[in-house]
Design a protein around this ligand. Structure first.
Ligand code: ADP
Ligand code: ASP
Ligand code: MG
Length: 835
């Protein structure tokens, strides 16, 4: 055994912790302050490995200076970073030169000949290595400058590997020896070795990478060789969470995980740890702490040999997307030994990793899931392996299904707790999620199953909820301040709202997508002003948003599914259509969207439909706002809510709820004709898409029903008594014909208004709502009534409550129009984003 370095700690900084000079300074300060000997492992700066991969992917493709551009940007970023942490002087000059060389050479690749198009894995590794190498140099210089002597040590002198470029495996005992030999002298002199993570040496001495995320593995290797007291992996998350926080918003930090659980999670796709990272410390008493870089004092997650949290048989979920399923079937497999073994052997020979295997107990079939990218190759290698059985018809063949994801449910306590699998699958059944294949590891540490990729996020949320993982005790991910907004519908209200959201201050709302009947446009980083004007122009020409340059054809349901697959931040879907969108909204809620509705239909249809929607939203912990469905931007639902919250009881609500009808009646009172007034109402954006929805009272009826339901009205649309102002002969006309013939109705409208005036009264279209009944229609109101003085599009709503019994509480203001409606929706959005 090595002589342990007493109290030695290994600190690994992930890319996010080294994003820029400020982050790097933080990391340096953190190491500077650690008592006792320390070793540092660094990743490349955030995004650098991806950028290098992109550059390498452009080699030989003549992609217009792409490589030079990337090289230039990388050089600039690194320069900014080191200038922030290394003071001027000789060291800084040497670093500048080094960076110039590293990325200058990269730029040269843009002139590489076409035959180099497929870079060899070894060449690719030598390109990727630059990110970590430069980061280590900057870090060592910065730490020394900060007062704690440090030295950069090449990983090639430490980490011996098998030389499999791209995903090299470390050779443990050789690495142990190298690390002790090279690092101990530095440590004795109290110098901090700084090592580039992710890299090792192939047997021939060339650099080989350890697979994506490999610096976690480097840290564990060094810790093992030096018998460190602990390893700290500093990341941009508060610890290992119960699920990927980008998929399950209420994921929580797991205070402690057994090393076997953590390894299982990593192996089954939790991106937070490299799959092989824990192998070096598996049999050692070296705890690994995953901690939030931004808040180093928080405990994060401890990975160790302890077993805690016994109340949680399941501790976490992970998912691997982009999977395909191969099924080998045939009667001849029955009772024949070794089929499974041969299946694995064949795939192993071709270097294909299998994430799940399950065999039906009838032994009639074996299923296994493999990465989509190697699916064809895997199928071919199985067909070859079983060529004889296929020829003899003992095996029917090998089927391939794509577009799948493997989800794993992990926890040590599963072994002793009956019914875990049942709970997993009944949670999935509740969400109507079809399970394509199931496997339980013999360790009973994990249950894995395969579902359609489209349903993977929802499946994880359902299981997370069913095991109450949000109560596991650790903190949550700091909620992003920003909410991503998707618009369903892009008519005039939608377009006005889009302008408001884009122009809004504080950066809390970001408009990312617009969906209409034909498809969608999605820009994860937000739609630009240019995107919006292109979209508006297309809609103006009667086109779908799908027909714009960034548009995608799809059904609205598929559009929502596509958005849900992205890591949106606190997504909100705004329904500004006038259609029956209930099922679509349910789906959005199930996919994690909060909802804002200006569309009345989903909440004013049959009672069971409306209830289904509100229940679906509540059961997913999502939130719903629909202020703009009644009285546009007026705070009507808000007033109701505040009354109830303050302990008052609302007995009835009376109101003039139609901006259009209010406008028409007051224009005609002033002497204008019905036809001219209606045309103005249309032109001003007051009316529904078909103005007969306003004239018939249908629109007011819907609003009244929404209000009635707040008061406990149990009926549906047919229980609302609505007086229609559309003459029977106009009801069935196509919209265009109706609009042509408007003046035919001028006479009867004039007559109506005049008759009321003769009696000293005014005509108003009034909704009267209580728990017991709803009536909507024309009323002649006397001058004493609050409704008498209403003008134009103003709405007025009077709340009669236990407190405001004889003198109702009145809310009044403009109740129609693009700006006020969009304003009302915007308020709902701002409220959801602010909470
Ligand atoms: P590093 O900066 O060390 O390279 P990574 O970026 O590799 O860290 O890993 C952290 C990321 O892993 C997080 O940003 C998070 O999005 C993702 N992640 C996926 N699953 C989990 C999980 N269960 N717990 C924490 N983070 C997770
Ligand atoms: N920079 C490498 C990657 O992005 C290794 C790592 O970050 O651990 O995969
Ligand atoms: Mg990583």
């Amino acid at each position: 055994m090595p002589r342990p370095q007493k109290g030695l700690t290994v600190h690994k900084f992930g890319g996010a912790s080294l994003a820029d000079a400020k982050a790097m300074k933080n990391a340096i300060a953190l190491v500077r302050g650690t008592p006792g000997p320390a070793v540092v492992v660094v990743s490349a700066l955030a995004g650098v490995t991806d950028a290098l991969l992109e550059a390498a992917g452009s080699v030989g493709r003549k992609s217009e200076g792409r490589i030079e551009k990337i090289a230039g940007l990388l050089a600039l970023r690194h320069r900014r970073c080191f200038e922030g942490v290394v003071p001027p002087g000789a060291v800084r000059n040497a670093l500048r030169e080094e960076i110039r060389r590293a990325f200058g050479e990269l730029g040269l690749l843009s002139r590489a000949p076409v035959f180099l198009q497929d870079l060899s894995p070894a060449t690719l590794d030598s390109i990727l290595a630059r990110g970590e190498e430069i980061a280590a140099r900057i870090f060592a210089a910065g730490l020394t400058a900060a007062g704690r002597p440090a030295v950069r040590v090449s990983p090639l002198d430490l980490i011996a590997t098998d030389g499999r470029f791209g995903s090299a495996s470390p050779l443990l005992s050789e690495t142990d020896r190298n690390v002790r030999r090279v690092l101990q002298p530095h440590l004795k002199k109290r110098v901090v070795p700084v090592v580039a993570g992710f890299l090792g040496a192939a047997p021939d001495g060339r650099v080989a990478t350890l697979g994506r995320g490999g610096s976690d593995l480097t840290a564990a290797l060094l810790a093992r060789a030096l018998s460190a007291r602990a390893v700290f992996l500093w990341k941009d998350v508060p610890g290992i969470l119960t699920a990927d926080p980008r998929v399950v918003a209420d994921a929580r930090v797991i205070p402690q995980l057994n090393i076997r659980e953590a390894a299982e999670l990593a192996y089954y796709g939790a991106k937070v740890l490299q799959p092989r990272a824990l192998i070096p410390v598996a049999r050692r008493r070296i705890p690994v702490f995953v901690r939030p870089f931004a808040r180093p004092d928080e405990p994060g997650t401890e990975i160790s040999r302890r077993r805690t949290l016994a109340r949680y048989p399941v501790k976490a979920l992970s998912a691997i997307s982009g999977q395909a399923l191969l099924t080998v079937t045939g009667n001849g497999m029955l009772g024949v030994p070794g089929i499974a073994a041969r299946t694995f052997a064949a795939l192993h020979r071709d270097g294909i990793s299998v994430s799940l295997i399950s065999q039906a107990s009838s032994e009639h079939s074996i299923c296994l899931s493999v990465p989509q990218a190697s699916a064809r190759e895997a199928r071919r290698s199985l067909l070859e392996a079983f060529a004889e059985e296929i020829a003899r018809r003992e095996i029917d063949g090998v089927e391939l299904a794509s577009g799948l994801a493997t989800i794993s449910v992990v926890g040590l306590g599963m072994a002793g707790t009956p019914g875990i699998a049942a709970r997993v699958f009944s949670a999935l059944a509740r969400g109507s999620i079809n399970v394509v294949a199931i496997a339980q590891g013999s360790s009973e540490l994990n249950i894995s199953f395969v579902v359609a990729q489209m349903q993977a996020a929802e499946a994880q949320r359902l299981i997370h909820e069913s095991f109450q993982l949000s109560k596991i005790g650790g903190g949550a991910v700091e909620r992003s301040a920003r909410a991503d907004v998707a618009l369903l519908g892009f008519g005039s209200v939608g377009r006005t709202l889009a302008g408001l959201v884009r122009g809004s201050r504080g950066g809390r709302l970001r408009l990312c997508a617009v969906i209409d009947r034909g498809g969608y446009v999605f820009r994860p980083r937000g739609l630009s002003a240019r995107d919006l004007s292109e979209l508006s122009a297309a809609k103006g020409r009667g086109r779908s948003v799908a027909e714009t340059s960034r548009g995608t054809n799809s059904s609205p349901a598929d559009a929502i599914a596509a958005l849900a697959r992205h890591a949106l931040s606190r997504p909100i879907l705004v329904d500004v259509t006038a259609e029956a969108t209930g099922p679509l909204l349910e789906k959005a809620a199930a996919s994690g969207f909060d909802l804002v509705l200006a569309n009345k239909r989903p909440l004013s249809g049959p009672r069971d439909e409306a209830q289904r929607l509100t229940k679906a939203i509540a059961s997913r912990g999502r939130r719903l706002r629909y202020e703009a469905t009644v009285g546009a931007g007026l705070p009507i639902l808000d007033t109701h809510r505040k009354l109830v919250e303050s302990g008052d009881r609302v007995v009835r609500i009376d109101g003039c709820l139609s901006g259009t009808l209010g406008f028409l009646l007051s224009e005609i009172e002033r002497g204008a004709s019905f036809s001219a007034s209606l045309k103005r109402a249309i032109a001003s954006g007051y009316t529904e898409p078909d103005p007969r929805d306003d004239l018939s009272g249908a629109d007011v009826g819907r609003k009244a029903l929404i209000l009635g339901r707040l008061l406990g009205f149990a009926g549906g649309p047919s229980d609302v008594a609505v007086e229609s102002l559309v003459p029977a002969r106009a009801a069935k006309l196509p919209l265009a014909r109706f609009l042509e013939r408007l003046s035919e109705f001028d006479g009867e409208w004039l007559e109506r208004v005049r008759r009321a005036r003769g009696r000293g009264r005014a005509l108003r279209y009034v909704a009267s709502v209580s728990r017991r009944g709803i009536r909507v229609g024309l009323l002649e109101v006397a001058p004493g009534s609050p409704f008498h003085g209403l003008k134009g599009t103003d709405n007025q709503v009077a709340f009669t409550t236990a407190r405001y019994r004889s003198n109702p509480l009145v809310v009044q203001g403009p109740g129609a129009g693009l700006a006020v409606t969009a304003g009302g929706i915007f308020n709902d959005l701002a409220e959801l984003a602010g909470e």
